[in-house]
Ligand binder design. Structure first.
Ligand code: SF4
Length: 195
């Protein structure tokens, strides 16, 4: 990966296994040392799903928000991070968000980058992102763009998974994954492929 590591023994090795939505958030976090509210919730719950403890998660965000001083971090961010883990407020143990929820709820306003890129990106931006992530075959790019345009966002993500993992080239009939339903499912399927 071109980006600085999460600096957590669990997550460090997993960046390359992130689905596009989380790659996008993580790249922005590394570049800007900040994420807005819904992006933080999306990524924090994803890290929770990977297995980071609340302490590990707080350490990760503290390090990532490197331009924010300790007082501001505690005041503006730490509470919500702990809240996602159910150790504040109503003590509800929030689950990592699934694709349907990321696609349909709290759609990003301009200036926000959370949600599902297959839904939220313009076609030119999605194409540029696919190329950046290593999808170079024109037919593959067109296939993914068409699925996104037809509003089959999770199928587009699944196709992206198959293409970037080289599953199509192998002429492999065995279906690894039906349709991506959850970012953490994407990550787990990607990790399994490496084994
Ligand atoms: Fe993320 Fe799900 Fe969208 Fe894939 S389909 S990019 S896992 S929200």
């Amino acid at each position: 990966s071109n980006y600085s590591v999460i600096n957590n023994p669990i997550a460090d090795n997993l960046v390359d296994h992130f689905p596009l939505c989380m790659q996008h958030l993580y790249q922005n976090l590394c570049e800007n040392h900040h994420l807005k509210h819904y992006a933080r919730i999306q990524f924090n719950l994803f890290l929770k799903g990977i297995g980071l403890t609340v302490e590990e998660s707080l350490a990760f965000w503290k390090k990532s928000f490197s331009k924010v001083d300790e007082d501001k971090f505690q005041r503006d961010y730490a509470y919500n991070i702990r809240h996602n883990y159910g150790v504040e407020g109503k003590r509800q143990d929030y689950k990592p968000l699934n694709c349907m929820s990321l696609i349909t709820k709290h759609r990003p306003n301009s200036g926000e980058i959370h949600g599902c890129p297959f839904r939220e990106f313009s076609q030119p931006n999605l194409k540029a992102k696919l190329v950046q992530m290593g999808v170079r075959n024109d037919e593959h790019i067109r296939e993914i763009l068409n699925l996104a345009e037809e509003e089959h966002y999770q199928v587009a993500c699944t196709k992206y998974f198959e293409i970037t993992k080289g599953l199509l080239d192998k002429n492999n009939d065995s279906i690894i994954i039906e349709t991506i339903e959850h970012p953490n499912e994407y990550l787990n399927a990607s990790v399994l492929l490496e084994k």
